[in-house]
Design a protein around this ligand. Structure first.
Ligand code: F3S
Length: 280
């Protein structure tokens, strides 16, 4: 039987595990609980939580005021205030590392910096963070590509923060460019290392095994990225959501299998995949 090796830091990150625990507690103490957007990017875990009583909704207009869970990405302070005003009971599962980005933005705003938020323009975390700029009545821009740097030209004092899941490489490039032509730059590094730890785990394991199996939602950006990295180092890499997708022929005449999983993949799914691999 092939040896099964699990990559360093595979599966749930601290913030997702915490959010799920908070949501589970909320459903235990209430009949109906909603989550603003799916609580994580993993269809199987969302389904499991739904059967426990957590219903994902796209926006608050769909329901009457009730208990509502804010997922780990967080929301803007304006939306939070609106929800409270409408009578919603907020269960805040915002990741503390995302809250640290909100605090960093407010600190830089108070000190008069023009804000550069390195991140994806439509990502829920970024949209929530932008609300803190508005709250502090300060100016800034989201930098998703080098093209966006045009809007930073000529600014004298620039404060830089980042979306928590940003790539370190891109962060380094943008900070380096701005520092070249800006008089004063203050950088608060708000990247969470959960993403890079999982990527390092794949980089370490993928070249050493015959086959790599990457477990996680097809809608999970960080899982897809783990798969891309793995595939570039080991062509026998497969991205699956559940054990049912495993194919016997992937594992013929091999001696080792590497396993990793995205930050939104629950332990029970990883365990099921390992159990199925042992049967093959
Ligand atoms: Fe939080 Fe980092 Fe996870 S920001 S939600 S611990 S990826």
């Amino acid at each position: 039987m092939a040896k099964i090796l699990v990559a360093k830091s595979a599966g749930f990150c601290f913030g997702v595990r915490r959010a799920i625990n908070i949501a589970e507690k909320a459903v235990k103490s209430s009949q109906v609980v909603y989550s603003l957007g799916p609580i994580i990017h993993n269809p199987q875990e969302v389904k499991r939580l739904e059967s426990a009583g957590l219903k994902p909704i796209e926006n608050e207009f769909e329901i009457n005021p009730s208990k509502i869970v804010i997922r780990s990405h967080g929301i803007s302070p304006q939306r939070e205030a609106y929800l409270k005003n409408q009578g919603f009971e907020i269960v805040d599962a915002t990741c503390p590392y995302v809250k640290a980005v909100h605090d960093a933005v407010q600190e830089l705003c108070e000190d008069g910096y023009f804000i550069v938020l390195i991140g994806e323009k439509n990502h829920p975390e970024v949209l929530g963070t932008l609300g803190y700029l508005e709250l502090s009545d300060c100016k800034g821009v989201v930098v998703e590509s080098k093209e966006d740097l045009k809007q930073v030209l000529g600014k004298e004092k620039v404060g830089i923060v980042s979306q928590t899941t940003q790539s370190e490489q891109f962060f380094k490039e943008i900070v380096g460019e701005i520092a070249l032509w800006t008089r004063e730059v203050k950088v608060i590094n708000t990247i969470c290392n959960a993403t890079s730890e999982r990527q390092e785990g794949v980089i370490e394991l993928a070249p050493k095994v015959d086959v790599m199996v990457i477990i996680g939602g097809k809608n999970s950006g960080n899982t897809r990225r783990l798969f891309e990295i793995s595939k570039s180092l080991n062509p026998n890499s497969f991205h699956i959501e559940t054990e049912e997708e495993l194919k016997k022929e992937w594992f013929e005449n091999i001696s080792s299998i590497g396993i990793t999983a995205g930050a939104s993949t629950p332990d029970w799914l990883i365990e099921r995949v390992i159990a199925r691999l042992r049967e093959l």
